[in-house]
Design a binder for this molecule. Structure first.
Ligand code: FAD
Length: 489
């Protein structure tokens, strides 16, 4: 993304500088390589969920000399917790830091923050940051994603008042800006936009959520389940506008007005949560293959591809790589902390000699907005239609506790079957969503049939469930729909 703004002069200067540095160091590196054996050098680019987990895993399993390079000002923190600091359910951003710099020092992991990697030289096996050259025996690229800023809006985006929140530092900056804000506009109807909307509503800040899709969470949920999320947000006094594109007028920073369809909406702050795209610029410049979905192409061991070959000494993981979809078999992205963490295990094992493969993914996910939890796994109806997959669904509305037990909440379950096999599930409710999504994730992975799900034994205690889990009526509804569907054939 950054390169879009580079002038030719700047590019030439960079190339020239890189060539000089290469020459200067190639002799040094060759000499070093001659004498070197142990310990081997591991360089990780990216100090986020995948990068830090790779570093710590490899530290536990080997004697590599480990360097992590990150342009972020913090490391080892939970991105996922940012909305909950902004909602003030978590006291401050420091609480999201799960491992201190001291932990890494003690574990002989050299973490270099605020250091931007400028280029990877695969031939010389070196990384150049502008501040230094780092030789490697093994390299891990875990550069994550960049917030997606609609191309049309770029010129008008980024003046004061318009924010993206990807890192802890972004969160802190936004928190500061919110101190004086009375009205915030969020652009993007995905999980993160919704979590932020609920957070601001909790602080009684007037919040407007705008999505250009027809309904919220259009990449994950069907309209009927998304409607439950919308109704909940509206009950929190969040204004939800769907099916409309936002235009940032030239002088947004002065006038603080957005054009949404034929409406003008004043806002003190705008938060862009319109998705992310993989940060692949370094890999691309190094000649590493980028796939159709926009991420780095990797094999099942998460090794990157150059020409016809997967390199046994360069791995990539996290949001910057492509994965294989379990249901459609197509290459896609997986923008989840859980996937990044899993990939770190795979990379760590492969680098330390325990051959491990990453298979196709179904991406179970869950999000929490105020008192509503929602989540899912596998394919949704829109994606199925695009891929020519015919689905039959089953829906149920149940409760989360026994009828007499106080505090019971609604629970909505939608199951999606292809040829009688479970290929997707979508849930929303007041509690008990994560556990059910996880169970259904296994069912999708194991290609469970309606019969398997009917035969599934579930547990019960009044404060946590109904005697008959609401999952069962959803399966029964699907069976009725499958029979009805067969009869119309
Ligand atoms: C607000 C928010 C809430 C989220 N909530 C959830 C959730 O509830 N559940 C869930 O599963 N996921 C959630 N996610 C997604 C999850 O955080 C990401 O999927 C995960 O962090 C991806 O890990 P990663 O290592 O690929 O990328 P990141 O964690 O983003 O790490 C990328 C790293 O690369 C560094 N980098 C990039 N380019 C360079 C360069 N040229 N030089 C040096 N360093 C570089 C960056 O500085 C960063 O340190 C959330 C994300 C956000 C932003």
């Amino acid at each position: 993304m950054g390169s879009d703004f580079c002038t030719q002069e700047a590019v030439d200067e960079k190339v020239q500088k890189a060539a000089e540095v290469k020459e200067e160091f190639s002799t040094k590196i060759s000499a070093q390589n001659l004498g070197k054996k142990n310990p081997e050098k591991l360089v990780v680019i990216g100090g986020g969920a995948c990068g830090m987990a790779v570093a710590t895993k490899i530290r536990r399993q080997s004697d590599f000399e480990i360097t992590v390079l990150s342009r972020d000002s913090h490391t080892a923190y939970s991105h996922c917790g940012i909305p909950f600091v902004l909602s003030r359910e978590i006291d401050n951003f420091e609480k999201l830091i799960v491992k201190s710099p001291d932990f890494f020092r003690k574990n002989r992991i050299n973490v270099r923050l605020n250091e931007n990697v400028r280029s990877i030289d695969l031939g010389l096996k070196t990384i150049w940051t502008g501040e230094g050259i780092y030789p490697f025996d093994k390299l891990v690229i875990a550069t994550g994603s960049l917030p997606f800023v609609p191309r049309k809006s770029r010129l008008n985006v980024l003046p004061y008042g318009i924010f993206t929140v990807r890192s802890l530092a972004d969160g802190m900056l936004f928190e500061k800006a919110m101190e004086t804000a009375e009205k915030v506009c969020i652009i993007g109807g995905g999980t993160i936009g919704i979590e932020f909307a609920a957070a601001f509503a909790r602080r009684r800040i007037k919040t407007i959520l705008i999505t250009r899709s027809k309904h919220l969470l259009s990449r994950q949920l069907d309209p009927d389940i998304a409607e439950i999320v919308r109704a909940y947000l509206e009950a929190l006094s969040v204004e939800v506008i769907s099916g409309e594109q936002v235009v940032f007028p030239e002088g947004f920073w002065k006038e603080r007005i957005l054009q949404v369809g034929d409406k003008q909406i004043p806002a003190d702050l705008v938060l862009l949560a319109s998705g992310v795209k993989p940060e692949i610029s370094l890999a691309l410049d190094a000649g590493i293959e980028i796939g159709k979905a926009g991420g780095i192409v990797v094999n099942e061991m998460l090794q990157v591809k150059v020409g016809d070959e997967f390199l046994p000494y360069v791995y990539a993981g996290g949001e910057c790589v492509e994965v294989t979809d379990l249901i459609t078999g197509e290459a896609r992205l997986s923008q989840l902390g859980t996937t990044a963490r899993r990939m770190a295990d795979v990379i760590g094992n492969n680098i330390t000699g325990k051959r491990t493969a990453l298979g196709p993914l179904a991406d179970p996910w869950v999000a929490v907005a105020g008192d509503l939890q929602f989540g899912g796994v596998g394919i949704n109806s829109e994606k199925a239609e695009t891929n020519g997959i015919k689905l039959v669904t089953g829906f149920s509305r149940g409760r989360t506790r026994a009828s007499y037990y106080p505090g019971r909440k609604d629970l909505f379950i939608k199951l999606l079957f292809k040829d009688d096999h479970l290929v997707g599930a979508q849930l929303a409710g007041g509690e008990g969503i994560k556990e059910r999504v996880d169970a259904l994730s296994l069912a999708v992975m194991k290609k469970a049939t309606t019969r398997d799900l009917l035969d599934m034994e579930t547990c019960y205690a009044p404060p946590v469930s109904m005697l008959v889990d609401p999952l069962r009526p959803a399966v029964k509804a699907a069976i009725r729909n499958i029979i009805a569907d067969d009869q119309t054939k």
